[in-house]
Design a binder for this molecule. Structure first.
Ligand code: COA
Ligand code: MG
Length: 296
């Protein structure tokens, strides 16, 4: 699984922020062409992204470069893709994904552009924003509509608008969709990425909300402000305690359990059986993936 602890958003038409973004150390840097860019500025945003691919992509400190594109209903998707699918682009995030057909159409268009531009077919990944009631209902079908789909983001801002409710920092109104999107992502073998947290100055509330989402199955977060990158990495990287626990489980299960003909043993007063062992191994694998990504 790809490491996607921080998915940092930057409005593509904002020259100052795009300039600063080269120095940001996120797992994914996303230049936005959708709702943070006003309609009259879309052409400028597309041009800035092409310029970024040509001149800044090779020196940027984030690991991957994605672009968020407008969904098909806007009739801007084709222009977005024509302008930005060039070598150096790692993925596109489809805003307001509503159905499997939305994803299939994107897959076909990406293949055409990859062929026309001499890029390996399949090299551009797809990330889906699940941020409407319809999108939530169809999340798993959309996630499995193309092998390019590697991650699902739950988009709380549009979701609350669609549900005609008020977005709060506590997020009670988002619980069902936030839980559901994480499950749909995991069922499709994708990474679940948590919603943006708009009260970006409230660092404590950000931490509480991010830890809550982590326990729902989210392995990264969509970020709107540079100050959210480091706290996200801290929360989504297994803690020293978690690693110690996982190593303890591994040792006890392998040496006291399996080696002696048992698949259930006791560790620190709790039962450890096969899924607990596998969960511990998953923590160790995640840590190994993060270390590999950080040293790449
Ligand atoms: N990308 C790059 N740089 C950013 C940034 C971002 N998303 N958000 C803030 N910065 C920079 C600012 O330009 C500022 O730089 P400076 O110190 O050189 O002046 C610095 O970080 C501190 O920013 P701050 O003053 O705290 O915030 P702001 O008022 O400039 O911006 C937002 C606040 C919310 C408008 C801004 O963070 C933003 O536009 N975020 C992204 C919005 C977005 O992409 N939305 C779509 C997805 S939901
Ligand atoms: Mg949105």
């Amino acid at each position: 699984m790809a490491v996607m602890r921080s998915v940092m958003y930057v409005p593509s038409n904002n020259e100052k922020m795009v300039g600063k973004s080269v120095e940001l150390e996120a797992d994914i840097l996303t230049l936005d062409l959708e709702d943070s860019v006003p309609p009259a500025e879309k052409a400028k945003g597309r041009a800035k992204i092409k310029e970024y691919l040509d001149s800044s992509r090779s020196s940027m400190k984030s690991k991957y470069l994605y672009v968020r594109i407008n969904n098909w209903e806007t009739e801007m998707t084709n222009d977005d893709l024509e302008a930005i699918v060039y070598p150096g682009l790692d993925g596109v995030c489809l805003a307001k994904c509503g159905s499997a057909e939305n994803v299939q159409r994107l897959d076909w268009k990406l293949e055409e552009l990859e062929q026309r531009r001499g890029m390996p077919v399949g090299s551009v990944s797809i990330q889906l924003l699940i941020e409407t009631a319809k999108g939530v209902i169809n999340a798993h079908a959309a996630a499995t509509a193309s092998p390019r789909v590697n991650s699902l983001i739950f988009g709380a801002v549009d979701y609350t608008k669609d549900m005609r409710v008020t977005l709060t920092s506590e997020g009670q109104e988002q619980l069902y969709a936030r839980f559901y999107t994480a499950v749909a992502a995991r069922a499709a073998g994708c990474v679940a990425i948590d919603c943006p947290f708009v009260a970006f100055q409230d660092k404590e509330a950000f931490k509480v909300s991010t830890e809550e989402g982590h326990q729902m199955g989210y392995e990264g977060r969509m970020l709107i402000h540079p100050s959210q990158i480091v706290p996200s990495h801290e929360i989504y990287t297994p803690s020293a305690d978690a690693i110690e626990w996982a190593e303890g489980v591994k040792k006890v299960f392998e040496e006291e359990g399996i080696a002696k003909g048992s698949a259930a043993v006791t560790y620190l007063g709790k039962m450890v059986d096969t899924p607990v062992y596998e969960n511990a191994m998953q923590i160790l694998n995640t840590m190994a993936e993060i270390k590999a990504a950080e040293s790449a």
